[in-house]
Ligand binder design. Structure first.
Ligand code: FES
Length: 324
């Protein structure tokens, strides 16, 4: 019988205990420690031969040493675990802790495969992690990701999603989309028959913030805000013109500047005349004039786009400017 130390025996038992915990079995189901050179079972240091100078205590110890317990019949799981535990114990006695773990990881799958399906089940329960898993993937050629790689991928995905959401929010802020019927969107007024008669007082649309008038040239949608300092001007039927209560600017029913501190005629929203699903005419900037669209038929639809506004022309170029 080879000479063993208590420290060696303790290390082997500790390794067996850890292996049993990982396998979920009782440590008693595992083989007792063996001397690697002789294969003899080592139950305790007391069983080891004592120095020759003290034969009597050794003999006494040998008599008191417990009989080796009968070898338990290994269950399939225990049989599968046995090579693993043996590999772990061997590695633990010969290498530093980290290298031992790597060796166990490399040896365990090979040992387990030799024990059939039960061994495969046991292998699932002792799947190595961390560095041991990487080493195993090199040994077996199997691909996979470890916990650190998974967290890196998850972090990258979350960061990408956050960036996309931020970009979408910025786009919507810079280029807002308005629904039909709200200021900034389109107002479909229906057939041209809804337009006020030519020469009749304009109609105010407070939701769209425009005055709708009809002229011999076509309809106009005048923005309700004064071009001077932004007051809301009013229609004065007695004077047949628009007048601003703030500083006295005055505009014709077509929105042309007449007099006052306003620098230009009234701004207009674009009116689209739609027939058979196509735009056949719309308000146009002709350089020195904002021209109204012609209405070809009474059933043509009138659409006011409050998202598109044309500035009125300079007061000096107004055809309605009052000459003093
Ligand atoms: Fe209308 Fe000054 S704001 S005239």
């Amino acid at each position: 019988m080879a000479e063993v130390s208590q420290a060696w025996l303790d290390r082997v038992k500790r390794s067996q205990q850890q292996a049993a915990e990982r396998l979920g079995i009782d440590v008693s189901e595992m083989l007792p420690p063996r001397d690697g050179s002789t294969g003899e079972v080592q139950e305790s240091a007391a069983a080891a031969p004592a120095p020759a100078a003290q034969p009597e205590p050794v003999a006494a110890a040998a008599q008191e040493a417990p009989e080796p317990s009968p070898q338990p019949t290994p269950t399939p799981v225990a049989a599968a675990a046995e090579p693993v535990a043996s590999a772990e114990a061997t590695a633990a006695t010969q290498m530093p802790t980290e290298d031992a773990a790597a060796t166990v990881a490399a040896q365990a799958p090979t040992a387990v495969q030799s024990n059939g399906s039960a061994a495969a089940a046991a292998a699932d329960r002792v799947a190595p992690v961390g560095r041991a898993a990487v080493l195993e993937s090199f040994e077996t050629g199997q691909e996979g990701i470890n916990r650190r790689e998974f967290l890196a991928y998850a972090y990258g995905g979350a960061l990408t999603l956050l960036t996309l959401e931020g970009g979408l929010a910025t786009y919507q802020f810079m280029y807002p989309r308005f629904r039909e019927g709200e200021f900034g969107g389109e107002f479909n007024l229906g057939a041209a028959t809804v337009l006020p008669q030519v020469g009749i007082d304009p109609e105010g649309n407070t939701t769209g913030k425009f005055w709708l008038i009809n002229t011999d040239e076509g309809p106009r949608a005048l923005y309700m805000v004064c071009t001077h300092l932004g007051c809301l001007y009013k229609w004065e039927p007695s004077n047949n013109r628009f007048e601003c209560p703030c500083h006295g600017s005055k505009f014709s029913r077509e929105g042309f500047y007449i007099e006052g501190p306003a620098p230009r005629s009234l701004d207009q929203f674009i009116i689209k005349v739609v027939q058979d699903g196509s735009v056949v005419a719309e308000t146009a900037d002709q350089g020195d004039l904002v021209a109204a669209p012609a209405v070809p038929a009474p059933d043509a639809e009138i659409v006011v786009d409050t998202g598109k506004r044309l500035q009125g022309k300079a007061a000096a170029d107004s055809p309605a400017k009052k000459v003093v």
